[in-house]
Design a protein around this ligand. Sequence first.
Ligand code: AHG
Ligand code: MN
Ligand code: MN
Length: 338
Amino acid sequence: MNIANRIVTLDEFIIRKESEFPFASGELTGLLRDIGVAAKIVNREVNKAGLVNILGVAGVENSTGDTVQKLDMFANEKLIECLKNSGECCGIASEELEDFIPIPAVATKEAKYVVLFDPLDGSSNIDVNVSVGTIFAIYRRVSDSKGDVTLEDFLQAGTELVAAGYVSYGTSTILVYTTGSGVNGFTLDPSIGEFCLSHRDIKIPARGNYYCVNQGYYLKFDIEMRRYIDYCSDLNLGLRYIGSMVSDIHRILFQGGIFLYPNTRKYPQGKLRLVYECNPIAFIVEQAGGKAIDCQLRRILDQKPTQLHQKSTIAVGSPDMVDEMKAFVERYAAHNLS
Ligand code: AHG
Ligand code: MN
Ligand code: MN
């Protein structure tokens, strides 16, 4: 058999990667594998969402005021369950939970990683069969390993990320992750129930033909953002906006482009959450050669969160397009153009 054509499963890949780090203890490997298992369980439910009575609004709001869908809660519960049983995770924070959850040590083992996640991203799309995703971020705890985790373990800048990834439940289910040495993608083969390496060492194109923003809010954006969007349109760029950040980013990762979620009157700090959405996505995109800044033109990963559910504006994607957006806004502000 030609070795180049041999299937490499996610588990195999993670273990191989571990051997590249001489001091790796295998804990991160175990944690990533457990997240892979949770992703398969969520995938199973997302896939049969149209068949069972799991669709629809559960009737409660999450801590940032969004309506929670039933599948959000299912995904949330499954991820928590898998991570609690993992033995490699000492604390969890989720977009769907008010507060973080400490996980007491199993036997004498002291786990050193905390995991933050958006269990289901793009949940308003569930009922209409549009792709949704899961986003996760992993940090090493900074508090004393003898006690429970503390808030500071979860409020680390994105520069401290150990690993991050997303799962896109689309036409196929793809898990994309990075541990800080490149980005790889794995497609779920439902016939064998395994994520198989399908996109090795993903590199984002320097620019692309699309920009991606909720243009319906155009009049609610600041003037320089409106002018930048006009500029994109002048360049004859196409507009693509799915309304699931994971899906929009997945397209941009492969085809290039820029994703924007600026501040609006309704969301003065932006809508997306720094620790659950912006940081992990920024880490992945940077690892693929792209860039991610906020609308104050600061690198996303440098921002130190002060609250679990803090929001951030974001401009992320192809490096040349993010640079261009930054230069455009700087020039605009400097000359106070109108
Ligand atoms: P979530 O479903 O986790 O709340 O995230 C939805 C997010 C993101 O996926 C998407 O890009 C954005 O909200 C869409 O917001 P608008 O409908 O305001 O454009
Ligand atoms: Mn989300
Ligand atoms: Mn969500």
